[in-house]
Design a binder for this molecule. Structure first.
Ligand SMILES: *Cc1c(COP(=O)(O)O)cnc(C)c1O
Length: 377
């Protein structure tokens, strides 16, 4: 018997749940026509700041531009070392390179997949001993919905005089020690790419900070470096604004976001229970709540992974690989890498596999996914 394939992400089902308020929000924008920096942008910024307990939120064009604005505000450039995990999405390493800085790849924890603080300390010491680059910034990534070990990372950064940037693109809504992410680093950046836990209907992003000075810089940089008036240019900036229609969509999705986070957690627990004896399930970061952007399991090796993916596909169950290569193995970034061994990141790339996790999966879908995994181990 063939069954309908289960979607990896179901934006149509989610849209049906919020259809009426969404239509009202969009109609309001179509009526006022302030498509750039309309009132929905400021409303969203205030609500997002309240949601995570941050002092400032600045809406921007996407999660990659958010990283870039945060780094431009710290004057990151040639000769600067920017420390970041090797096992993350492309954008985290791309932006330091665009600005002429050098990404320094740090290995990750084999159980939680988050950046390893001990290896970070070793990498900073190595760069200092090398004498060629100046350690300037740490980008900690909250991978797959879980928080990185921010207390440990912030302590190292403070000791070493590094600015901290939390690349929270995948994990807005997660919390650590009872506090939502958004205030763990000097600056937190978020993405609203459609497949992120809080996703728009196009590109979007945001920056969070407790610092009034940084917030003012971010606002200037996202709008061509403007000063107190639009036609006074104080610094080289960029066109990095969040547009009003995306803000309207996100305001609507924010209303159901907490409920969706609870549903994602329920699904993760069910996966843990049913699959925990058969495959390596993701270890939880202590005293945290995940936003469950991605539920990733580990298989014994690459052959087992290919076999599993083929078996799942035949059963109409999608899977995905985040990430098939560690960033230091990417052709574009390999040149920037100093050759330091990153064994955990390399190993994860060969064995990791993500199962669907989204708020519109039914109990029956989750049962079907679990049965298909168990039939293919
Ligand atoms: C998605 C993502 C980004 C980039 O966000 P965009 O909005 O797609 O530009 C940056 N970092 C990480 C870790 C991401 O997952």
């Amino acid at each position: 018997m063939t069954q309908n394939p289960i979607p990896f992400l179901d934006l149509k089902a989610q849209q049906a749940r919020i259809a009426e308020p969404l239509r009202r929000r969009l109609d309001t924008v179509l009526a006022h026509c302030q498509f750039i920096m309309g009132p929905e942008v400021a409303e969203l910024e205030a609500k997002l700041a309240a949601f995570c307990g941050a002092k400032h939120c600045i809406g921007v064009s996407n999660g990659t531009d958010a990283l870039q604005i945060a780094m431009m505000a710290e004057n990151i450039g040639p000769g600067d070392a920017v420390f970041l995990p090797a096992f993350t999405y492309t954008a985290t390493a791309e932006v330091p390179l665009v600005l002429g800085a050098t990404p320094v790849f740090v290995d990750v924890d084999p159980r939680t997949f988050q950046i390893d603080p001990d290896h970070l300390a070793a990498r900073i010491a190595g760069v200092r001993a090398g004498g060629k680059l100046t350690p300037r910034m740490l980008i900690g990534v909250d991978l797959f919905g879980q928080p990185a070990d921010w207390p440990a990372l912030a302590a190292i950064a403070a000791r070493e005089g590094l600015a901290t940037l939390d690349d929270c693109a995948q994990s807005f809504g997660a919390s650590l020690h009872g506090r939502r992410l958004g205030t763990a680093a000097d600056t937190t950046s978020v993405s609203f790419f459609p497949s992120k836990p809080l996703g728009g209907y196009g590109d979007g992003g945001a920056l969070f900070t407790e610092s009034d000075d940084r917030a003012a810089l971010f606002r200037s940089l996202r709008s061509h470096g403007e000063g107190t008036t639009r036609y006074e240019v104080h610094r080289t900036g960029m066109n990095g604004r969040l547009d009003t229609l995306q803000a309207a969509v996100l305001l609507c999705k924010l209303e159901v976001f907490e409920e969706e986070l609870r549903t994602r957690e329920r699904i993760a627990r069910k996966y843990d229970q049913r699959l925990g004896n058969a495959v390596t399930i993701p270890a939880r970061v202590a005293d945290s709540d995940s936003a469950w952007a991605i539920y990733a399991i580990l298989l014994p090796d690459g052959t087992a992974r290919t076999r599993m993916q083929d078996g799942l596909k035949a059963a109409g169950v999608p899977s995905a690989i985040y990430y098939p290569k560690s960033l230091h193995q990417q052709p574009a970034y390999a040149q920037a890498h100093d050759g330091t061994a990153l064994p955990v990141s390399e190993d994860l790339a060969t064995r990791i596999m993500a199962l669907p996790i989204h708020p519109d999966l039914t109990e029956a879908d989750v049962d079907r996914i679990c049965s298909a995994v168990l039939a293919n181990v």
